[in-house]
Design a protein around this ligand. Structure first.
Ligand SMILES: NC(=O)C1=CN([C@@H]2O[C@H](COP(=O)(O)OP(=O)(O)OC[C@H]3O[C@@H](n4cnc5c(N)ncnc54)[C@H](OP(=O)(O)O)[C@@H]3O)[C@@H](O)[C@H]2O)C=CC1
Ligand SMILES: O=C(O)[C@@H]1CCC=N1
Length: 270
């Protein structure tokens, strides 16, 4: 597709997550002169990107604002930013646990508000971003936001905001769970006698190769697992441990549920 970028993009906060999004956009051709980053530290971001430590007096017409600070900072940010917003200011929020209703209440002048939940691999164009908005957001704004997010990887519109904490648990938090898995696979290898550095290399490459293969395969991951397992062989014995009482499934379900519950608590202001 031919990428059409916002004329003006203001990032409020540019840390781990928004920084990855911006890095990918710049790699894909976004003109840095269109970007302003507001961050208290004033730390430089990238060549040509303006960094400010305070809000401008006004926003250029049609500015797209990416809210990329921590969720608990929304009240302070909205107090300073909302008076600068007009009907044509587009707001994209990546704040976990911050509902569209909350954003609409705080940015009442803005018509187009979209919740986005990216994950860290967006910096490679291999991320996942969930999107949600409501009927008040214009169709063109939805399309423009989707086009902005598209270079980051998989884009999934979520029909029901009630599922937003669930998808955040799966894909937003997911990289942390998978990094933990890779680490645990390596440490388990070490525990059964493989030198630590070799186990770390082998665990990472095994996960990378398996994910790449699963992404290209016609078979589902569940079927692929069975293809690795020779009847009466080693893999089946290992799978029997993971599968006993749905151990791995139960562990991951508990993991996602805990993350989801925290999102719901954050939405209640906890
Ligand atoms: N980390 C992740 O994997 C994901 C995070 N998110 C969401 O992204 C958001 C940011 O998380 P993350 O990037 O991890 O956090 P970071 O701590 O890495 O980044 C926070 C950013 O906010 C800036 N900031 C701090 N105070 C203010 C303020 N008062 N006004 C404006 N900006 C401020 C910081 O500035 P400075 O750089 O100057 O310190 C920094 O750039 C959160 O809302 C989180 O829910 C969503 C999906 C995944
Ligand atoms: O931990 C958090 O709250 C955010 C949301 C998804 C990833 N990081």
């Amino acid at each position: 597709m031919i990428q059409s970028w916002p004329d003006h993009l203001l990032l409020v906060g540019c840390g781990n997550m928004a920084g990855q999004m911006l890095s990918r956009w710049l790699d894909c051709g976004l003109d840095p002169a269109r970007v302003t980053v507001l961050r208290p530290s004033g730390r430089p971001v990238a060549d040509g990107v303006a960094v400010v430590t305070d809000y401008p007096d006004a926003l250029p017409a049609g500015t797209t604002v990416l809210l990329g600070m921590k969720p608990y900072q929304i009240a302070a940010v909205a107090a300073a930013l909302a008076p600068l917003c007009a009907a044509d200011t587009r707001i994209v929020s990546i704040l976990a646990g911050t509902t569209l209703a909350d954003l609409r209440a705080r940015f009442s002048a803005a018509r187009d508000i979209v919740r986005a939940m990216p994950n860290l691999p967006v910096g490679l164009g291999e991320g996942v971003t969930a999107l949600f908005t409501d009927a008040a957001t214009a169709t063109q704004a939805k399309a423009d936001v989707a086009a902005l997010i598209e270079p980051l990887g998989l884009v999934e519109w979520i029909a029901d905001e009630a599922l937003f904490n669930q998808v955040t648990a799966l894909s937003g938090c997911g990289p942390a769970f998978l990094f933990r898995f890779i680490d645990a696979l390596a440490r388990a290898g070490e525990a059964i006698g493989i030198p630590a550095d070799q186990a770390a290399r082998m665990a990472l490459a095994t996960v990378q190769g398996s994910a790449d293969m699963a992404a290209r395969a016609a078979d589902s991951p569940g079927v692929l697992a069975d293809k690795v397992a020779s009847p009466g062989g080693m893999t089946r014995e290992g799978l029997n441990v993971l599968d006993a009482d749905d151990r791995l499934l139960a562990l991951l379900t508990d993991t996602l549920a805990a993350a989801r519950d925290r999102g719901e608590a954050m939405a209640r202001g906890a």
